[in-house]
Ligand binder design. Sequence first.
Ligand code: AP5
Ligand code: MG
Length: 214
Amino acid sequence: MRILIFFGPPGAGKGTHAKIISEILNIPHISTGDIFRDAVKNETPLGKKVKEYLDNGKLVPDELVWEVVKERITKEDCKFGFILDGYPRTIPQAEFLKKFLSNAEIKVIYLRVSDEVVINRLTSRRVCKNCGAIYNLVSMPPKENNKCDFCGGELYQRSDDTEEVIRKRLDAYYKESQGLLEYYKNEGLLYEINGEEDKEIVTQKILKVVNNGV
Ligand code: AP5
Ligand code: MG
């Protein structure tokens, strides 16, 4: 079983590239952020529990996130592998995963980007309401204003993409997630890629790691 973990700060390009690679490898793309946002939108019991964390750029508690991830990765479509986007984000989350997947081949793709790039990218990100496709008004605009190229859906701005909440998400990343770089380096699973290069170049570099591990 092949598992790819997309790791990096907010706006690193995890979602953008996880989607592309999942289509190429034909394995599911699992984004904890997307699962939580759907739950909030549909006002489910999970959504009610996580809303405040998302609104304030804080991490959802580890046990709750693991419950959601465990349920998803034990589904039939994950039996040959999957891509995790935004999980794990803390060492306890990584430990849950490690215990659960003792025999899997895991590669952690770390997309490195500076804070300045993060702020610029996220304040100009737009997402399709209907299919979740990710755009950027500066670097990847839709062909038609405010309309998804793939499904024609309306584009919106994520409520946590204000400069104030982006800074809180960055703080949470440095305080609680960055330690995972050392953790996965020690495990020999970390592959670092410059996430500031053009999307096509980043995709090629990820594919190289996926195929040969270099
Ligand atoms: P989540 O949805 O995972 O948000 P995030 O980590 O802040 O990351 P983003 O989705 O903002 O960025 P991304 O790296 O996916 O970048 P994207 O591809 O969109 O989590 C949201 C919240 O949920 C958290 O704050 C937390 O509350 C909670 N949560 C989720 N998982 C959790 C967990 N495990 N534990 C606890 N809490 C959890 O790209 C960004 C922009 O850049 C786009 O506009 C894109 O078009 C553009 N772009 C991408 N690549 C390039 C490129 N190479 N060149 C130019 N532009 C680019
Ligand atoms: Mg994302």
